[in-house]
Design a protein around this ligand. Structure first.
Ligand code: TLP
Length: 371
């Protein structure tokens, strides 16, 4: 039996996209495979040399992304990490400080590129349990304008907030942070790798949600299901500078319309099905909450990321993930006793139920033994 997308999803050829052995891969939504429709579009894509700005499919994707976000321009970049780095590089100088949440991707998972390449100091601060920052928390770590202090240049927000379980910034919060930051002459960059998941959770629109940020990065290659690629969007002048840094960082691609074609389908079609991933995440969290030894508040799950605590299971996160792996359910350890499962279009409700059955057997067994 294969565990793939829900029936009725037009992007599907389940047997083609399922891992051959029916594995339920919940490590991340980055593991999605391109749909048949994407593959066809990739094969048929009109292409040109994008370093000359001549790839028609890339140009179309960039125009469409800018339109959707209500920004003047957008740029296709190979990865979310490169997109974030380009934005950080543009808004800062060597020696600047960048305020971000402690558990944010730019702080923890981008190989310190903001320091190693952009020459900045992350000023990581802790938001609430949900990882969502308030202006008050940010203001507390803004450096005073004294010549011997390093200077804050940028605030970096993450929506959804990955490592706090896909939590979501209310749009008013983002706007409030932007207004205060701008009043102090600071820029605001949004790591919106999963901004479309946030939009579904809020029932809001990405243009409204990002209206006040100076730059936004979002990923085509996560919940939207494209095999590769992210976008950055902002003013025309900003994107002109971004093109230069993309080339400097080795991201000037050539006939990349083959990837943009998949990205175009991801952008146009995938947002309308993300609510299925959220429903699956919610079911998963409710099931996990009922398993002895595992702990999660299902109400805290707002999008497609489920992070639970396994302290009571008698196993640490690596041991639990290893045991699950042997049963055909893949999850990601994110801290010593913390496990992440991310729902996406290659896992349907049957896959979620299988994950719960295996979690119950693995976690339950150990609790029984130690009791
Ligand atoms: N996140 C990946 C891992 O790197 C942790 C995942 O599996 O969730 N911003 C955010 C918020 C992200 O979650 C990610 C990837 C990125 C940026 C980087 O995107 P890529 O992988 O395209 O460089």
């Amino acid at each position: 039996m294969s565990y793939t997308v829900a029936k009725g999803n037009q992007m599907v050829d389940p047997d083609d996209v399922a891992p051959a052995d029916g594995v339920v891969d919940l490590r991340s939504d980055t593991v999605t495979r391109p749909s048949e429709e994407m593959r066809r579009a990739m094969a048929a894509a009109a292409v040109g040399d994008d370093v000359y700005g001549e790839d028609p499919t890339v140009n179309l994707l960039q125009k469409r992304a800018a339109e959707m976000f209500g920004k003047e321009a957008a740029l296709f970049v190979p990865t979310g990490c490169m997109g974030n780095l380009i934005c950080i590089k543009i808004w800062t100088h060597h020696g600047s400080e960048v305020i971000c949440e402690e558990r944010s991707h730019v702080n923890l998972y981008e190989l310190a590129s903001m320091s190693a390449i952009a020459g900045c100091m992350p000023r990581a601060t802790r938001g609430g349990d949900d990882g969502i920052l308030t202006w008050k928390q940010i203001e507390a770590v803004v450096r005073p304008k004294i010549y011997y202090d390093s200077q804050t240049a940028l605030v970096c927000l993450e929506n959804t907030s990955n490592m706090t379980g896909g939590t979501v910034y209310p749009t008013e919060r983002v706007n409030d942070i932007c207004d205060h930051a701008h009043a102090l002459g600071l820029k605001v960059h949004l790591d919106g790798a999963r901004i479309f998941n946030a939009a579904v959770a809020l029932g809001d629109d990405v243009a409204r949600m990002t209206q006040k940020v100076d730059s936004v990065m979002f990923c085509l290659s996560k919940g939207l299901g494209a095999p590769v690629g992210s976008m950055i969007a902002g003013s025309k002048e900003f994107i002109e500078r971004a093109r230069i840094y993309r080339k400097m960082f080795g991201g000037g691609m050539r006939q990349v319309g083959v990837l943009a074609a998949a990205g175009m389908i991801a952008l146009e079609k995938s947002p309308s099905r993300l609510h299925e991933d959220h429903e699956n995440a919610s079911r998963l969290a409710q099931g996990i909450a009922a398993i002895p030894g595992l702990q999660i508040d299902p109400a805290s799950v707002k999008s497609n990321i489920v992070i639970f605590d396994c302290t009571g299971s008698g196993m640490n996160a690596v041991e639990l993930c290893d045991a699950l792996h042997g049963k055909g359910v893949w999850a990601q350890d994110t801290a010593l006793y913390s496990v992440r499962m991310v729902t996406h279009w290659n896992v349907n409700r049957a896959g979620i139920e299988k994950a719960l059955v295996e979690l119950q057997s693995v976690a339950g067994k150990k609790v029984g033994r130690s009791a």
